[in-house]
Design a protein around this ligand. Structure first.
Ligand code: NAG
Ligand code: NAG
Ligand code: NAG
Length: 260
């Protein structure tokens, strides 16, 4: 136990070179979470289904693929807490200095799924590990939780304190505000995304990245091709979270891009 604590203390001061890579549908990897962390990829995504009869948030691509032993807690929240508190080993630490972005894609009804997700985060919240917006101040935690899919924006905006954030539509940052008298910003949406098929060309993508940065928001485009030239186009644009399934391929592309 002591040795774990010592390791944790050492790790927590280590800042890794974070890659601008997001592990799309991370739970479909051979080893969810660890495949990403082993490559210092600090953004992962879980599709979540709330099944009220079971009182469980399952992680699966479709409702037909639900496996009752695979929950948000078992696959992500438990291991993440263990890595933060030093009881679970990880090649890359998770800490305020090396935060993890956890995208929770609400597959079931937004308003119904919202409270169970907040409840599931309670242990991380109680440990002070979640990025939190309270009293007008955004405080970085070891884990930033961003809701996507059916996540209800109104509930996110109404929350005080707020530790479940929103994935905004990067195309609508100027045209559709998060609420009356509100502007988009990282205290509501640390991330803004869109299906890349909605983007006309590279020039528009570059402009959307700049727009997001003007709001202090990070960008992500999904449903992008899996190729080095595509990834390089996003790296060049300064797109913050390049959405990928081939984690080794995209990591190698990033290393080559950085070295060039
Ligand atoms: C991650 O790295 C550790 C330490 O190098 C290794 O033991 C483990 O098998 C790796 N896991 C995956 C999923 O690559
Ligand atoms: C469900 O998940 C558990 C834990 O990963 C695994 O051992 C089991 O084989 C899975 N069941 C099915 C039917 O895939
Ligand atoms: C550390 O994390 C593990 C794994 O989730 C958990 O079981 C344990 O209660 C945590 N301990 C502390 C002190 O937070």
């Amino acid at each position: 136990m002591l040795s774990f604590c010592v390791v944790a203390a050492l790790l927590s001061t280590t800042v890794v070179a974070v890659k601008p890579i997001h592990s799309h549908n991370d739970y479909t990897r051979a080893v969810p979470l660890w495949d990403a962390l082993n490559l210092s990829i600090m953004s992962v995504e879980a599709d979540v289904w709330w099944v009220p009869g079971d009182g469980k948030l399952y992680v699966a691509h479709t409702s037909g693929e639900i496996n009752k032993s695979i929950t948000l807690q078992s696959l992500y929240l438990g291991p993440i807490l263990g890595i933060i508190n030093g009881t679970v080993a990880s090649a890359t630490p998770i800490s305020v200095a090396n935060p993890l972005q956890l995208l929770i894609d609400f597959k079931t009804d937004g308003p119904t799924t919202y409270q169970p997700v907040l409840d599931a985060l309670q242990t991380l919240r109680a440990g002070g590990h979640l990025t939190t917006y309270a009293n007008g101040v955004l405080t970085q935690g070891a884990v930033t939780v961003v809701g996507t899919g059916n996540t209800p924006l109104a509930s996110v905006v109404a929350a005080e304190p707020r530790d479940l954030f929103f994935d905004a539509n990067i195309i609508q940052l100027y045209s559709t505000k998060p609420g009356v008298g509100l502007e988009w910003g990282p205290e509501i949406a640390p991330l803004a995304s869109v299906d890349y098929s909605s983007v006309s060309n590279t020039a528009q993508m570059q402009e959307l990245v700049r727009n997001a940065h003007d709001f202090g928001i990070r960008s992500r485009f999904w449903d992008t091709a899996s190729s080095v030239s595509t990834w390089d186009t996003f790296f060049s644009a300064g797109s913050d979270w390049v959405n990928a399934d081939d984690l080794t391929g995209v990591s190698n592309a990033w290393a080559a891009f950085e070295a060039a």
